[in-house]
Design a protein around this ligand. Structure first.
Ligand SMILES: C[S@@+](CC[C@H](N)C(=O)[O-])C[C@H]1O[C@@H](n2cnc3c(N)ncnc32)[C@H](O)[C@@H]1O
Length: 270
């Protein structure tokens, strides 16, 4: 190139580099206290439901409530003022030992999350539902005469950490098109990319992360399972901490991260 020749200054947007994700294998009750106060922009997670999955060893109601209370207390502590705590949950029929009922009994979970959130300084700001693929979840096994409809949707509650100031005007809500919809339809999506029995779709994590964070903001999932939130956060340029108690799922999360981010291996600390 001749000297002084001008180059074309039209530039493609720089693609985001994959951000660092730490996968920590352990109980969230002991790992979360190591995260500094008000250092996180978004906690996004799906706590255990108490339906008797392999990883749910003690399913007493008091144990589930205590776990949720500690979760909300720690989530509120680590979240920055004005930051967000989003939880995904389904309304469930808990394992029978949990409620002590002879017959299966529905347990609506919304008020439980609402009350633990508010009790810990987190106000419920948005309720959404996400719709699953009917055919995939029933696999043809749900009887037409069953008393309960197919649980084909779950909830996402967004809590905001109280700032002391009203937030109804001037608040940055990114991607209005996604954020204004109350029902997110993920039913046409393919595999989750995880072997975890309760993994949620990557697009769910994508939507939540896009609405509530900017590139560089810290994201935490204390019930990380196969690491869906970390995989997506990393791809979107958000650093993250994934906490999971089962070693097998931690290994899966690490494997998903390194296969996705093989172009950036030096960025992964664990
Ligand atoms: C509903 S699953 C999360 C699935 C995840 N969203 C995904 O896409 O793979 C809940 C996870 O919480 C984990 N878990 C349960 N109790 C825990 C605890 N005390 N500390 C850390 N992880 C825990 C379970 O092993 C399970 O993998």
């Amino acid at each position: 190139m001749e000297q002084n020749q001008t180059t074309n200054t039209t530039q493609e947007p720089t693609p985001l580099s994959a951000a660092n994700c730490s996968v920590i294998c352990g109980e969230f009750e002991t790992v979360m206290p190591t995260i500094p106060d008000e250092s996180v922009t978004l906690v996004f997670t799906s706590p255990p439901y108490g339906v008797g999955m392999d990883y749910e060893t003690d399913i007493r109601l008091s144990v589930l409530f205590e776990k949720l209370n500690v979760f909300f207390r720690e989530a509120a502590r680590v979240t920055k003022r004005g930051g967000y705590v989003c939880v995904n949950f389904g309304d469930i029929i808990p394992a029978r030992e949990m409620l002590g009922t002879v017959e299966p009994c529905e347990m609506p979970m919304g008020w439980i999350y609402w009350s633990f959130g508010l009790g810990n300084g987190l106000v419920l700001q948005a309720q959404r539902v996400w719709k699953k693929n009917f055919a995939k979840i029933t696999n043809g096994k749900h009887a037409i005469s069953a008393p309960r409809p197919v649980p084909e949707a779950e909830h996402i509650y967004t809590f905001r950490k109280i700032t002391g100031k009203p937030q109804y005007s001037g608040q940055v809500i990114r991607n209005r098109q996604i954020s204004q919809r109350a029902i997110w339809d993920t039913s046409t999506e393919g595999s989750t990319g995880s072997t975890h029995p309760a993994a949620f779709p990557e697009s769910l994590a994508e939507r939540v992360i896009e609405i509530y964070t900017d590139a560089g903001d810290m994201v935490v999932d204390p019930f990380a399972g196969g690491g869906t939130v970390g995989v997506v956060a990393s791809r979107m340029g958000r650093p993250s901490i994934m906490i999971e108690k089962e070693a097998g799922y931690c290994d899966e999360a690490k494997a998903r991260l390194s296969s996705q981010n093989k172009d950036y291996p030096e960025q992964f600390s664990r």
